[in-house]
Design a protein around this ligand. Structure first.
Ligand SMILES: Cc1ncc(COP(=O)(O)O)c(C=O)c1O
Length: 399
C-alpha cells in the first residue's frame, strides 16, 4: 500500500551524506574540485556556481546585454517550456519573444523561427527539454546570419550530447540546474559556463556582486538534502506527496527569485554527487529504452526524440497521447498502480497570467505548444524505477 514511484529524482544515500559532510571540512578544495569537474564535463574554460538555474540564466542575459552595446532587448524562448525561463528573461529586464515548437521534437519549429523579424533580438534560449537536445546546427546557422547570442539552457540535459558535444557547452554561454529531479542535484542550484573571455569578465563582475549564503542557510539546506534523500524512496514518497503545502510538482511563475552564490555545503554536495551522474544517466537511458521500445509498438503514443537506433539520455520520458482524454486516462491508470507521472507545465508560456507587459509581441496562437500541453505526460526513468515498475507502466498503457 505504502509505495509510490516519484516522477523524477536523484537517489542520495547515507554514505553520500557522510561524504558531503567530510568534504565540508575543506570548502575551498571542494569549490576547486567541483569547478574542475564541471569544466572537464562541459569542456569549457570558465564556470560559476549560483543558487538556481534561473539565477544562472539571469546573469548570462544581463552579461550578454552589457556586452552587446546595442539596443537589442528581445530573447527568444520556446512557447512550451519551464516557467522559470520567461521569469529569468523578465528578471534581466529584457523582453520575451515566444516562438512555437514542433510537438514531434519538443524543440523550436525551425520553419517558423527562421522567418521571424530579428531586428531587436539579442539572444535565443535553446529548448532542451527532458534530456532532448535542441538542433544546434539550425540554431547556429540562424545565429550567425542574424548576429544573435545563443544560450545553452541545459537545465534538464546534463549528460546529453549533440554530435559528441556535451549539452551546456554549446552557445555563447550555457547553464545547468541543480534542482531536485535534475541529472545532478544539490537540492537547489545552478552552474553557468562559457568559453568566451569577454563574457567571462562580465559574468565575473555579475557573480562577484552575489552574496555567499551563511552557515544557517547551509544547515537548512543540508537538512533538506537528507530529507529529500529519504523521502524519494518509493516506500516513503507517498508521504511528501500527501502534503499539499509542499506544492510538489507545481509550476509557478515568479520573477522575484533570490539570487546568491551556491552555498559551500552545496558545492561539496555537487562534487560528491557528480560521481553518480554517469551511472544514473545510464540507468535512465536503459529504463527509457525499455519503456519506449514497448510503447512505440502500441501505436497510440508518440515518444519525442526516440528512434529504435537512438535512445537519448532522457531525464523523464516524454509521451504524447492522441488527445487530452487519452492522456488523462493514462495518468489516472498509472497513478492507480502507484506510478506518479507528471503532465508538466500547465499551459503555454503565452497564457501565463500577468505576462503581457513582458512580451514583445501580441501573438496568441501557438498550436504546437498547445497540443503538447493537452497531450503530454512523462514517465519516471530514475534509478528507483525497477523492472517490475516498468512492466506495470507498460501494461497500464497497453490496456
Ligand atoms: C528548461 C529549464 N530552464 C531553466 C530552469 C530553471 O532552473 P531552476 O529551477 O534551477 O531555477 C528549469 C528548471 O527546471 C528548466 O527546466
Amino acid at each position: 500500500m505504502f509505495y509510490l514511484i516519484p516522477p523524477a529524482g536523484f537517489p542520495i544515500t547515507s554514505g553520500d551524506i557522510l561524504k558531503i559532510m567530510i568534504a565540508r571540512l575543506h570548502p575551498t578544495a571542494s569549490l576547486n574540485d567541483f569547478s574542475t569537474i564541471i569544466k572537464k564535463h562541459a569542456r569549457v574554460k570558465y564556470c560559476f556556481f549560483v543558487n538556481s538555474g534561473r539565477c544562472a540564466q539571469t546573469l548570462i542575459l544581463t552579461a550578454l546585454k552589457a556586452l552587446s552595446k546595442t539596443d537589442k532587448n528581445e530573447v527568444i524562448i520556446p512557447a512550451y517550456t519551464c516557467y522559470s525561463v520567461p521569469a529569468s528573461v523578465a528578471r534581466a529586464g529584457l523582453k520575451i519573444r515566444i516562438v512555437d515548437i514542433d510537438p514531434h521534437t519538443l524543440d523550436y519549429n525551425y520553419a517558423l523561427l527562421k522567418d521571424i523579424d530579428f531586428t531587436k533580438v539579442l539572444a535565443v534560449n535553446a529548448s532542451n527539454l527532458f534530456g532532448l537536445v535542441s538542433n544546434w546546427t539550425e540554431l547556429r546557422v540562424i545565429a550567425q546570419k542574424h548576429r544573435l547570442y545563443l544560450i545553452d539552457d541545459a537545465a534538464q540535459t546534463l549528460g546529453s550530447f549533440y554530435n559528441r558535444e556535451p549539452s551546456g557547452k554549446m552557445g555563447d554561454a550555457g547553464f545547468y540546474s541543480l534542482d531536485r529531479g535534475k541529472n545532478l542535484t544539490t537540492f537547489s542550484g545552478g552552474i553557468l559556463m562559457t568559453d568566451n573571455d569577454s563574457l567571462e569578465k562580465q559574468l565575473s563582475i555579475e557573480h562577484d556582486r552575489l552574496k555567499m549564503p551563511g552557515l544557517l542557510f547551509e544547515a537548512g539546506v543540508m537538512t533538506k538534502i537528507i530529507i529529500y534523500g529519504l523521502m524519494l524512496r518509493p516506500r516513503l514518497y507517498w508521504l511528501p506527496q500527501a502534503l499539499p503545502f509542499l506544492g510538489l510538482g507545481q509550476t509557478v511563475y515568479d520573477e522575484n527569485f533570490p539570487m546568491t552564490r551556491l552555498s559551500r555545503i552545496q558545492l561539496c554536495a555537487g562534487k560528491v554527487l557528480y560521481r553518480k551522474v554517469a551511472a544514473y544517466n545510464e540507468i535512465r537511458t536503459e529504463n527509457a529504452r525499455r519503456l519506449a521500445e514497448a510503447l512505440s509498438r502500441n501505436g497510440r503514443f508518440y515518444i519525442p526524440g526516440y528512434t529504435t537506433d537512438n535512445c537519448p539520455t532522457y531525464l523523464r520520458l516524454p509521451i504524447l497521447a492522441e488527445n487530452k482524454t487519452a492522456r488523462n486516462l493514462a495518468v489516472k491508470e498509472l497513478r492507480k498502480n502507484k506510478i506518479s507521472t507528471s503532465v508538466m507545465y500547465p499551459g503555454i508560456i503565452r497564457n501565463i497570467p500577468g505576462l503581457d507587459s513582458r512580451l514583445s509581441s501580441a501573438e496568441k496562437n501557438f498550436p504546437g505548444a498547445s497540443s503538447v500541453v493537452d497531450r503530454l505526460f512523462t514517465l519516471p526513468v530514475h534509478p528507483y524505477v525497477t523492472k517490475r515498475d516498468i512492466d506495470i507502466m507498460i501494461s497500464c498503457l497497453n490496456v
